[in-house]
Design a protein around this ligand. Structure first.
Ligand code: SF4
Length: 227
């Protein structure tokens, strides 16, 4: 029997169901619930376009190449998240759900200060910001600049997904100091490639059972534990 997860969104009042087939959902909505609509794994299907800066010279401003962002995600970290989709990934996991984000020339190169403003839009509630992709760590300088811009605006919880393991990122940091600075500054790293055959063993916020949720305290990672 497949697992069905029900989530009540206490801000929007929405009832979210993960694991229902479309016909099962519509049968329920006839009798018990108002008409439903498909939602992308408890995060909004609509991706907002990245902020752009027309007619302005921002060539010296730190940038990050991204496809877009959204608010009110309930599956990409603890609580309610504003999430950013970074583009570019050369890791090539079989069965990747976001292959449209792999080319490094999709999306737009957006100034990190505008991205931080958009992710922290006061019109939306959030418990933190999640950064995923694509492979965020393949743009370490821009990613670090974004994390710093988020911190400067008061963001207290930042989670980054990476297809690299923490140990691999530590080795990469020897050549890319920005990766080391990122590992020192973020709150949570969800690490490791997506392994399709381990998808059914995935835990909270992960895509496959090998991925770890590492919580950093004073720069030291420890496995996340549900309280
Ligand atoms: S690291 Fe992420 S984006 Fe890259 S191939 Fe693997 S699952 Fe897809």
């Amino acid at each position: 029997m497949s697992e069905i997860i029900w989530i009540i969104d206490e801000v929007t009042g929405s009832l979210l169901a993960e694991g229902l087939a479309a016909e099962e959902a519509s049968a329920l909505s006839d009798d018990l619930l108002p008409a439903g609509r498909e939602f992308g794994c408890a995060h909004p299907l609509t991706v907002l376009p990245p902020p752009t800066v027309p007619n302005e010279d921002c060539s010296q401003v730190p940038r990050l190449r991204v496809a877009g962002y959204y608010h009110h995600s309930l599956i990409e970290g603890p609580g309610r998240r504003s999430s950013l989709l970074v583009v570019g990934c050369t890791i090539g996991c079989r069965g990747c759900w976001t292959s449209w984000l792999h080319p490094e020339d999709v999306g737009v190169s957006a100034p990190v200060d505008r991205l931080a403003d958009a992710l922290l839009d006061p019109a939306y509630e959030r418990d933190g910001v999640s950064i995923l992709g694509g492979e965020p760590m393949q743009q370490p300088e821009g990613l670090l600049a974004l994390v710093q811009a988020l911190r400067a605006r008061g963001c207290t919880h930042i989670l980054v997904y990476s297809g690299y393991t923490y140990e691999r990122l530590q080795r990469m940091a020897e050549r890319e100091p920005a990766i080391g600075s990122l590992l020192d500054d973020i709150n949570v790293l969800i690490d490791g490639p997506y392994i399709e055959k381990l998808a059914t063993a995935a835990g909270p916020w992960t895509g496959s059972g090998n991925q770890r949720v590492l919580v950093f305290e004073a720069g030291v990672p420890r496995p996340w534990q549900e309280t």
